[in-house]
Design a protein around this ligand. Sequence first.
Ligand code: S5P
Length: 452
Amino acid sequence: MESKKEFFLECYKLGIIKFGRFTLKSGIESPFYVDLRPLASDPKILKKLANYLLDMLPLDNFDIICGVPYAALPMATAMSLESYLPLIIKRKEAKAYGTKKLIEGIYEKGQNCLLVEDVITSGKSLVETIDEVENEGIKVSDIVVVLDREQGGKEKLEEKGYKVHSLFNISEVVEILREVNYIDEEEVARIRDFVNGNQVVFQEKKRLSYEQKLEITEHSFAKKILEIAIEKRSNLIASADFITTQELLNFADIVGPHIVALKTHIDILNDFDADETILPLKDLAAKHNFLLMEDRKFADIGNTQELQFSYGTFKISNWADLITSHVIGGSKSLDCFVNAGIVAILGMSSEGTLTDSHYREEALKIIENHPNIVGCVAQNKVPDNILLFTPGVNLGTSGDGKGQQYNSPEHVIKNYNTDFIIVGRGIYKADDPELEALRYKTEGWQAYQDAL
Ligand code: S5P
């Protein structure tokens, strides 16, 4: 048989222990989180596990075997199959109808039952289970657990006269993971502290400054927008959702000095004209040093997007520095956006959006790996090398009655580490848009500096 250490590493690869910062049921913060349920999804591992557990035990002592619901049920079943110890099932709650039995299966009073548990922490839930089993007239002398979190559970049960056999304990597991460099010394120390009953201090990871981001970003437009932010001391993007060219240009000229980019929905203009709209807009962008971001939200196959990007009325590729695009068409659909930076839509700000955590997890894999991507639009933290653009920002209201959901600049910058706030009606609908742009710029920059 392979060594116990090799077996543990095999189990670990199924994702049974995660390191980081977790709030436990009790409200305590833990530097690791254990969930052994994935072990049951790999039949070979489950079978090996059953044999490792059985090897530690004086099997002749037991008449029956029982798992603590739910995580240990498959473990107890596998042990029963490997050892021929008959299995009984303990319910979590007694049935409200019929037999009202708490224990199912065939057993006799006075039989000795081996209890199986996945993880032992304080031992509290095991004590409850033992009481319930003993109340049925079944004897319990031994408990076998896969992982002892070393938080007093074993001692508590042993004081009550039970024998606890554990396959792994957290100290040895941490030692194995440190040896193979899966965790670093800092994490090891934090886990030891936690196991020793000390409150663990988590160092809040600070956000990166725009200067630091400039060093790690690759895309030329990512660098450009960061340089503008540093120069103008602004992280504000104004959304200019106007339906006439005149309004759009007036607005761009007024807020231009305070913003890093102007975000357009060019297809809502009633009077679009390449010469009358785009040429003066480009002049204003040059005059006030801001980028043009067309919020087209492409969402098609690569070939169609290529056509939509360069042809038709708007010829976006001729003038936009940044464009927004969904990643729903897959990574290759983004290859066509070559002379602009993509700001990918990861999560939307509107109520009931379908960009749930599963979608975002998959979308992020595309976003992290595509060379045309500058950043993404989202309402949550993203990795440091992707610039984060957050819309749904407004100081005056929490929604628009049409599903839009708003937060303050401070909220998004502090909680999501947003790099650029996107503000539409908060500015362009204000009585004095210039003053309002200045206010968002100042608040946004202050929140950024406070977060450093
Ligand atoms: O999730 C999103 C993504 C975007 S790009 N939620 C959004 O609101 N937007 C855009 O940001 C939206 O299309 C609009 O142009 C702007 C927000 O405008 P506001 O008036 O609600 O601030």
